[in-house]
Design a binder for this molecule. Structure first.
Ligand SMILES: Nc1ncnc2c1ncn2[C@@H]1O[C@H](COP(=O)(O)OP(=O)(O)OP(=O)(O)O)[C@@H](O)[C@H]1O
Length: 393
């Protein structure tokens, strides 16, 4: 039988085929789907329609949703709840005032209590020692490449490592690691895929093709929560999370779902990338996530004769790191072996372990381990921790 997780992915794709003719957009792009839940094949969808919308148009939308979703194999039942933006706002206010009441024992200094977000408290991922986010302010700077090679370098250092790709704009782990399978389910938990000794989960495993998907906040939050709560990550020392570029829903969802132990911000030495990296850095500070430091990617090009070219200039990332009161954790050269390895599903730490580039990734792993050590120095720590948290839970 198909699992709820795969069904949810297909439901979201199916909803993208439902057009709202008044808006000339599909209902996902028109931000009309508030929530999608799947439980044992029963699909619950919350549709948001403006107050005063023509009844027949509303019915037509609901019918189109039933038709699209009921056609998905494995769907047992479809329930569509139609609501309005006002009703959602009222619900959220009710949630937040309940939250404020619960928190009223806390000293408020007479000030009005801040709105409580209607999300559960962040809870550690079961069985994982440390969660490390790899982020960038800007797309295309090599964030996923750094995430993959950092994970492999942590593994080289004797740790058990998982890699989670929540890049909603373009999940690249399936390509970078050469895996296209779908994860399976055992004991009602999703079993991550394996590659190069890492445990892997990617939004890409949910997508039918390479088309970029624009998912709105609640759906992004739901999927990320599912990735962290319903995937069997037990026994890991480190879970490396490949974030989407920028500062948006996914960053917030991650911070609200699990305590993130540290973030690594990837940038190239170009002026524009640095400005965006600084923005990303501030966002992590706002979210109270410890930024371990900055990784400079494509720092220089080394010719086969060993000559070095600093294409984007030299020293700018280090200066920016100083300005932000953080550290430069590693400088990764622009290396054709990195791109080739990425395209062929064989990352450079595996395909050219003795290269200068791989050494830079190993140094990066050492810096991360130094700043966020797992108890007992690795090799099984995550397993012990996982077991204990499992017993407690
Ligand atoms: N140090 C490097 N040397 C050579 N090529 C690199 C290097 N780092 C990344 N690349 C290449 O640059 C391209 C973009 O890298 P990657 O997908 O890791 O970037 P990204 O920041 O995750 O992008 P996105 O924002 O789209 O997720 C890939 O083809 C990758 O192989």
């Amino acid at each position: 039988m198909k699992d709820d997780f795969s069904i949810k992915g297909e439901v979201i794709s199916a909803l993208e085929t439902v057009e709202d003719s008044a808006k000339n957009k599909n209902i996902i792009d028109a931000h009309m789907v508030e929530q999608v839940d799947v439980d044992s094949g029963v699909v619950d969808i919350t549709l948001v329609v403006e107050q005063g919308r023509d009844r027949n148009e509303r019915f037509a939308l609901e019918d189109a949703i039933y038709d699209a979703v009921e056609a998905i194999a494995g769907v047992q039942e479809v329930k569509v709840k139609t609501t309005t933006p006002k009703a959602i706002e009222r619900e959220q206010n009710a949630d937040s005032s309940a939250g404020s009441k619960a928190a009223s024992a806390a000293p408020s200094g007479g000030a009005k209590a801040p709105k409580q977000p209607s999300v559960p408290q962040a809870e550690p991922v079961q069985g994982v020692g440390k969660v490390i986010a790899v982020a960038s302010g800007k797309g295309g700077v090599g964030k996923s490449t750094v995430a993959v090679n950092l994970a492999l370098a942590l593994k080289e250092k004797g740790h058990r490592v998982g890699l989670l790709d929540i890049d909603i704009y373009g999940p690249s782990l399936p390509t970078l690691l050469g895996i296209m399978d779908r994860p399976s389910v055992a004991d009602r938990r999703i079993v991550p895929l394996q590659a190069h000794g890492l445990r892997i989960m990617s939004l890409g495993f949910l997508m039918e093709d390479d088309t970029p998907v624009i998912w709105r906040g609640p759906i992004v939050t739901g999927i990320i929560r599912q990735f962290l709560r319903d995937v069997d990550w037990s026994g890991l020392d480190y879970l490396v999370v490949d974030m989407p570029p920028g500062t948006g829903d996914a960053q917030l969802a991650l911070a609200q779902t699990v305590p993130v132990d540290g973030a690594v911000v990837v940038t190239t030495p170009s002026e524009l990338a640095l400005i965006d990296a600084a923005r990303g850095f501030e966002m992590f500070r706002t979210l109270n996530i410890d930024v371990l430091g900055v990784v400079e990617n494509m720092s220089k090009f080394i010719t086969p004769d060993g000559e070095e070219f600093f294409i984007f200039g030299e020293g700018s990332v280090e200066k920016e790191a100083e300005r932000l009161n953080t550290e430069l954790l590693a400088s990764i050269p622009l290396d054709p072996a990195v791109r080739k390895g990425g395209d062929e599903g064989s990352p450079v730490v595996v395909s050219a372990p003795d290269s200068e580039t791989s050494k830079a990734f190993l140094e990066l792993a050492e810096s991360v381990i130094e700043r966020q050590p797992v108890e007992g120095g690795g090799d099984g720590d995550g397993k012990k921790k996982g077991l204990f948290s499992f017993l407690k839970g």
